[in-house]
Design a protein around this ligand. Structure first.
Ligand SMILES: Nc1ncnc2c1ncn2[C@@H]1O[C@H](COP(=O)(O)OP(=O)(O)OP(=O)(O)O)[C@@H](O)[C@H]1O
Ligand SMILES: [Mg+2]
Length: 204
């Protein structure tokens, strides 16, 4: 697996943070996936990591996001710990990523409501995202009533709701057709330029 930096744009309102991984070790049962692994992911840039099926891309994101524990090693965020920063995560498995019992709009609001943000602020932020992504379908529908591409867009909007310092995109365009990929890529680029969020993209 190798990583390289793609895109170095000037940011106006940079609030991204860098990710420093050192001596990371992760085993599943007896097989070692990462051993003494070190990686510096720069702040406020788009880093794309390429690797074949099963090489450990999703596991690395899950380790950084704190969704699974490492066996040893250190992950720091601009010298700070994970709880001090906001991470947005668009999961690879987009069909299972949305809460099926919540309408699309409530999925997008979920990170805000669970952070105790007021109703009015939630509504304003959601309206901003709907406008930004030019959403053309009914967000009052439940995830099962949406196409795969629509679900993936809802996942992306939900990940951005909290205005994260770091955004993880694990195969984010897998369900999108050519036009939708170009359009959402442009929107993400706008978000990146506007906020300076650190973006990590996983790709086969
Ligand atoms: N919870 C788990 N328990 C046991 N093994 C696991 C677990 N999660 C992942 N693995 C193993 O770790 C390896 C890396 O998996 P991971 O999902 O990170 O790969 P990936 O690079 O994201 O693959 P893909 O390109 O197919 O998404 C695989 O061999 C997988 O079988
Ligand atoms: Mg994966």
């Amino acid at each position: 697996m190798h990583a390289f930096k793609k895109n170095e744009l000037t940011t106006e309102n940079s609030h991204g943070v860098n990710i420093s991984i050192d001596k990371l070790t992760k085993r599943f049962h007896k097989s070692i996936l990462y051993q003494d692994f070190a990686l510096e992911i720069p702040s406020s840039q788009i880093t794309c990591i390429f690797g074949p099926n099963g090489c450990g891309k999703s596991t690395l994101l899950n380790l950084i996001a704190g969704l699974i524990p490492s066996d040893s090693g250190q992950i720091l965020f601009g010298g700070r710990v994970r709880s001090d920063i906001k991470i947005g995560y668009v999961f690879q498995n987009y069909r299972d990523a949305l809460f099926p019992w919540l309408r699309a709009i409530d999925n997008i609001k979920y990170p805000l409501t669970s952070a105790g943000i007021s109703n009015i602020q939630c509504r304003l932020r959601t309206e901003e995202l709907i406008h930004q992504f030019n959403v053309q379908f009914d967000l009052n529908r439940y995830p099962y009533e949406l196409s795969g591409g629509q679900q993936q867009l809802v996942s992306i909007m939900r990940s951005l709701a909290i205005n994260p310092n770091i955004l993880f995109l694990d195969e984010p365009f897998s369900a999108l057709d050519y036009e939708a990929t170009l359009s959402i890529r442009d929107k993400l680029q706008e978000v990146f330029v506007k906020t300076g969020v650190t973006i990590v993209v996983m790709k086969k």
